[in-house]
Every structure is written in C-alpha cells, then in structure tokens.
Design a protein around this ligand. Sequence first.
Ligand SMILES: Cc1cc2nc3c(=O)[nH]c(=O)nc-3n(C[C@H](O)[C@H](O)[C@H](O)COP(=O)(O)OP(=O)(O)OC[C@H]3O[C@@H](n4cnc5c(N)ncnc54)[C@H](O)[C@@H]3O)c2cc1C
Length: 419
Amino acid sequence: MTQTYHAVGIGAGPANLSLAAMYDVLAPHQIALFEARDQPGWHDGMLHSGVRMQTGWVKDLVSLYDPTHPLSFLNYLVTTGRVYALLGAGFDTIPRVEYQQYLVWAASQLPNITYGTRIDHVEFDGALVSHSRGEAVARSQHLVIGTGTMPFVPEFLGALDPRHVFVADELNQRLTTVPDEPDLPWIVIGSGQTSAECVAALLSSGCRDIKWIGRRSWFAPLEDSPSANDLYRPAYQEAFLNLSRDVRERLVSGQILTSDGISPGTLRGIYQHNYEERLRAGRFPVTIMPSRTVTGARQLDGEIELECLTAGSGEERHRAANVVVAAGRRLAPLPFDPDLSALVDVDERGEPIIESDYSIRWKHADDHKIFVLNRGRYVQGLVDSNLSILPIRSAMILNSIAGRVVCPFRDDYLSTQWA
Ligand SMILES: Cc1cc2nc3c(=O)[nH]c(=O)nc-3n(C[C@H](O)[C@H](O)[C@H](O)COP(=O)(O)OP(=O)(O)OC[C@H]3O[C@@H](n4cnc5c(N)ncnc54)[C@H](O)[C@@H]3O)c2cc1C
C-alpha cells in the first residue's frame, strides 16, 4: 500500500533537507523526501579543487533558527573530529566540498529519504499523490517542491556535438584530457561564479588557451558588504514582501551582484595565474572578453564557432575545440499532472502565484498546501535562491502548515530603515 505522510518533499537539496531537519516540531517522522539522484550529494559536478562557499558556515540547515539542533554544521564538525583542523586551516569561507559532505552527513540522519526516485508527476485525488515511473510512491496532505535549478543552454548551443559543447557541471570529467593537449583552444561562456570556476579549473589543469566570454560589461565581483548582507535577513524579507511586484522586480535586478557576482578570491586567483603565466610563457593563457552576447554557433572545420554581439553592436566570431556553457540556471519544471495544473492559479507569465509563506495559490490550498522553494526571487527576494536563511524559510513553512506560530524567530537590532 502507498505510504501516507503529512508532507512529501520533492528533491533532497539543502532547501528540503532544512525543512525535513526541522519538521519534528510539527509532526515527527512525518515528512518524506524523494530525490532523483542515486545518492546524497550537492552540485557534485562543481566541486573543483579550491572552490569555496559564497556563504558563511553558520548559514547551515538549522542554526539560524536553532543553534542547538543536532544537525548544525558545528555539531557535524565536532562529531566528525574535524573542528580543530578546520579552524586551524583559517578558511575565509569553507570549501564547497565540505558543505557537500555536511549535507551528506545530515541527510544520513534524516528518516524517509528515498534516492533514485524522480517524481514525474503529482496528482490530486483528495490527497497529493506523487508518482515515479508510473507508480504512486507516496500520498500526502502537503507537498513541498524543492527541485532547484537546471543549467540553461541556449537552443543553438544545445544542437551542437555534446562532446565539444557541454555545461559547466560536466567539465570536471573532461579535465583529465587537458594536460595531454594544453594548447587546445577552449571557450567558457558566462559572467558569474560558475564560469569563473570553470576558467580557474582549466587553468589549474594546464590549459593555455582560454577565451572567457561574458555578457556583463565586466566580470563583476560578489557584493558582500555589510549593507549588502542587510538584504539577506528576515527583517528585509518582511519589508520586501510589502512592496508591489514591479518594485520588487526592479529591486532584485539592482541587487543581483549580491547573489550572482564572482567571489573576489576566485577572480584574484585567475588574474594572478594569468599574470604569472605571461611572465613565464610570454602570453596570457586567459583572454578576458566581457561585453559580448553569444547569439549563434556552428560546427566548422572540426571546431565550434561562436557568433557574438559586442556592447558596441559589432559582431565577432570566436572559435574553439571545446565550449563550456555556464550561462546561468533555470527553474526545474513543476511536476504537476494536467488536472492538478488546471487547479493552480497562474500569473500573466503562466507562473504559479506564490504567496508570502512560499505556498502557491490553488483550489484546495486551505487543506492542502503546496510550497515551492527557490522559485520566488520576485516574491520573497533574492534570499529565496540562496542558502542564507534556509532555516527561517523552513520556520515560515512550518508556521504556515500549523496555522500558528510553532517556530518563532527574531531579527532585532536593525539600524537600517527600508523604504
Ligand atoms: C555550483 C553552485 C554553487 C552554489 N553555491 C552557493 C553558495 O555558496 N551559497 C549560496 O547561498 N547559494 C549557492 N548556490 C545557490 C543555491 O543556494 C543552491 O543552488 C542550492 O543548492 C539550492 O538548493 P535547493 O535545495 O533549492 O536546490 P538543489 O540543491 O538544486 O536541489 C534540488 C534537488 O532536487 C532534485 N530533483 C529535481 N527534480 C526532481 C524530481 N522531479 N524528483 C526528485 N528529485 C528532483 C535534484 O536532483 C536536486 O538534488 C550555488 C549554486 C550552484 C549551482
């Protein structure tokens, strides 16, 4: 018989892991997560040597709501015997592989996570029924969609030979061949942290001919000042939720570098490596090429040729043997069956209307909440697409399901007055 839960979470990324870690407040062992990956992990293709988190380690799955929770990052460090070694190493921000291992450790202690189970669709028959490969795998009163994002590949690039044009997540497995052919030309497309990490990984593997092409007018650093961090606290989120949609959209686009900029350490590493190689070999291995939008691509004489539009409306063509696409990410599609989709209220863009508590507006929302995580940057602000206050989002969801405040949280000591 299909098991029934209070809530089912689709996806076992940090968003749903945080919620599952805190769910005992409401209903112990009554949330089940279904994860498409075969095993625990986190952006496993993007764990190049030297990559660092962009958020501090106190921003783990639980601590900002409950620092005494057994699944805190500090407890992970202490119980795995690595706390002194990590502190001694003096990282500004921890290696990404450390956060990944923390998630694996936390996930191993949560009941009811099923791996290797992609939820293909959810239907409603009085309960929310999640299906995988044609079979119902769970029934639940509530549903939490934490399916994250997928790499975006423009159509004209997607049509080319996947051995030579691939997304950043696949670079790691191709790097082994670089030392044999260090002069093979590569192009990395993108302006954000992921593109910078790809350039750095290619450089570290010995590649001597990289064009780094990005749309932004410079490869802009992450804005991580105290005033930028103000935007990633519950008090700002509360103020943001009171603004109109138009204003929120405008603010989000103005704030984008607080989320999507490049870590200064990554940029410095690339520039310093580039400079030193110029001293040694007489040429820069990386050509830095901002202000270019890639508009087309084709295969030519065994190479990939990209067409680019420059900021000054000029056209350029650039060729390489291999192209790495780090052109941003898009939301994973919502796995609703057509009948359930028809019950969901959508906005003028066809997107579900997201309420301030992360639930979507739909016909049976009074008794059956459906929450969407990491989809509401224009509702809750950029904080929704980051790890900064995961436990606060989980607390808001638990309060919403309970219909009362079961997870109180505070954000006092405010020196900023937002308008
Ligand atoms: C490389 C990288 C580094 C990042 N670093 C940071 C950082 O340092 N700090 C920060 O604040 N933010 C960072 N982010 C942004 C963001 O915080 C992360 O993407 C974070 O993982 C989002 O968590 P999530 O749980 O919403 O989604 P994800 O981590 O993407 O997890 C979603 C999970 O759902 C699964 N899934 C998808 N569809 C289905 C389905 N139909 N059925 C079952 N399972 C499914 C996927 O396999 C995946 O495991 C980073 C993003 C990337 C890409």
